[in-house]
Design a binder for this molecule. Structure first.
Ligand code: ZN
Length: 126
């Protein structure tokens, strides 16, 4: 959605302005982006984001709200099991944690299949 009104009103979209001596400098209105900034009232970032990445169980919304990776109840439980696992190295735990958060980020939660897969690797000698 680009309209004429999206250009910075100070520099007209160039991102630079000239002073009386003919030198150019970065536009103070848009910091050089050429786009109109925060004063543009109706820009609704939240709405756009929600439409892009809606996952099941509201996972995406929760993640965006506090800026952290969201863990579902299942994911949190799984993460606890990984953390409490006594025979895994810290590096192995970190790798598993990474897989869980990554999986949750893309799937919006942990499927039972995924939980089984992770738990299998928590067993001694797996
Ligand atoms: Zn500008």
């Amino acid at each position: 959605m680009y309209e004429k009104g999206d250009s910075c009103g100070v520099c007209g979209g160039d991102g630079r302005i000239s002073n009386a001596f003919g030198a150019t400098k970065t536009c103070p209105g848009c910091s050089g982006s050429g786009r109109r900034g925060e004063d543009f009232g109706f820009r609704d970032v939240t709405k756009t984001k929600a439409a892009q990445g809606r996952g099941p169980a509201g996972a995406t919304a929760d993640r965006e709200k506090d800026g952290k990776v969201f863990l579902s109840a299942d994911g949190a439980k799984l993460a606890r099991e990984v953390r409490d696992c006594t025979h895994l190295s810290d590096a192995a735990k970190a790798a598993l944690m990474g897989e869980i958060t990554q999986y949750e980020a893309t799937h919006g939660g942990c499927t039972s299949t995924f939980q089984k897969k992770i738990r299998k690797r928590l067993r001694p000698g797996a």
